[in-house]
Design a protein around this ligand. Structure first.
Ligand SMILES: Cc1ncc(COP(=O)(O)O)c(C=O)c1O
Length: 379
């Protein structure tokens, strides 16, 4: 395997398949132990048919996506039950309807009464019934309607009565879990996530509207939630790759980070005590999410080409195509350990942002082979 890593172009995106499969098994075991909660993996980070096939192996072929491009791509790969988790707008309805007409169950989300009316009207005009969920806010992080709001039941009723829609239920996402500082906070937020969704569903049902589905999830709340009672599906997307943000939250250890960027040492800047890499922010992303967490090394943590962590080193700065590696304590680097041409790996701050720079994964298979797994792009 290490031999193959010396002949790949750099920078390249590596996926350690054994670690990736261990991460899938870990979440699976956790959910089985908590009432066999069904999961709907979010494929916004993966964006790859080969990755999805491994995540969904032995499970129902359903997933969540974050772009219509992903919906079309995964539908073409045979995943026919999809949930598009960015609110629908009028300009996208015709594109959704085209998938619906092909027999793909593409469920959309919204949290606005006027948009609900537009969707029911446009769906009927296009001759389709679009499955739709009502987004509920559980943590003031992003979108969603307050589960206590009077509009909640009004929107649900509009979607249930409308000729162009099928009301599927409620959905929420505890995005604020990324800012938690303790696992106890994440556990508490997971409880809020569940209770906001269950409260919304209960109110809708009490108003006489069927609300079959309750969908919740983020990687941190999936990994720290105590109870998923009454939840019908859990969405998580980063858990199978993991990254430094997840390690900083205590969701995983550095050994569980399956994704890395293969890079080459291209220079020694002796006066500045920096190694130069051919991976800058274009390859690593400019995301510095772990800046306030306990594991922070600028733009990524360093490992050797065979994946052994190099403690104390980080990508402290980046330009477009250069990464500047130094010791976190700013002590000198022994440059003889890193001759020009040395291959290293960088563990990413944020898997979604780093993977987005690449067209494919170089999948490091447990038997030592390296496979090329394509990714989809665009919106
Ligand atoms: C609506 C929604 N559901 C689920 C997820 C998955 O959460 P995570 O990325 O923490 O796995 C996301 C992530 O952005 C999301 O936006």
């Amino acid at each position: 395997m290490t031999q193959a890593l010396h002949s790949l172009p750099t920078p390249s995106l590596l996926l350690d398949v054994a670690t990736f499969e261990r991460n899938i098994a870990r979440l699976d075991a956790r959910l089985r132990a908590r009432g066999n909660v069904l999961w709907r993996p979010h494929l916004k980070t993966a964006k790859s048919a080969a990755v999805a096939a491994r995540i969904l192996a032995g499970r129902a072929a359903k997933a969540a996506v974050s772009t219509l491009q992903e919906a079309e791509y995964f539908a073409a790969c045979g995943i026919r039950d999809l949930l598009y988790t960015v609110p629908i707008t009028p300009d996208k309805i015709a594109r959704v309807a085209r998938l619906t007409q092909r027999g793909i169950q593409l469920c959309v989300i919204l949290d606005d009464l006027a948009m609900a009316r537009t969707l029911t009207r446009e769906g009927a005009l296009l001759g389709v019934r679009v499955p739709v969920m009502l987004e509920v806010d559980c943590d003031a992080h992003r979108g969603g309607i307050d589960p206590a709001s009077p509009e909640l039941t009004q929107i649900a009723d509009e979607l249930a009565q409308g000729r162009g829609t099928i009301f599927r239920g409620v959905l929420t996402h505890a995005g604020a879990s990324y800012s938690c500082t303790t696992s106890a906070q994440i556990t508490a937020l997971a409880a809020d996530e569940r209770s906001a969704a269950v409260k919304a569903a209960t109110r809708i049902r009490s108003a006489g509207v069927a609300c079959p589905q309750i969908s919740v999830g983020s990687t941190p709340t999936a990994m720290f939630g105590d109870s998923f009672d009454d939840v019908t599906e859990l969405r998580a997307g980063v858990y199978f790759f993991n990254d430094l943000t997840m390690a900083g939250l205590g969701v995983c250890s550095l050994a569980d980070v399956a994704l890395s960027v293969l890079t080459t040492v291209v220079g020694h800047q002796v006066r500045q005590r920096r190694l130069l890499l051919d991976a800058g922010w274009m390859a690593l992303s400019a995301d510095r999410s772990p800046a306030s967490q306990r594991i922070f090394a600028g733009y990524g943590v360093l490992a050797s080409v065979d994946g052994q962590l190099l403690p104390g080193l980080g990508v402290l700065d980046t330009n477009q195509e250069h990464g500047m590696v130094g010791r976190i304590d700013d002590q000198p680097i022994d440059f003889t350990d890193f001759p020009i041409g040395t291959r290293l790996r960088v563990l990413p701050n944020h898997a979604c942002a780093t993977a987005a720079a690449f067209d494919a994964y170089h999948a490091l298979m447990p038997d030592g082979d390296v496979a090329l797994w394509a990714r989809c792009r665009g919106w």
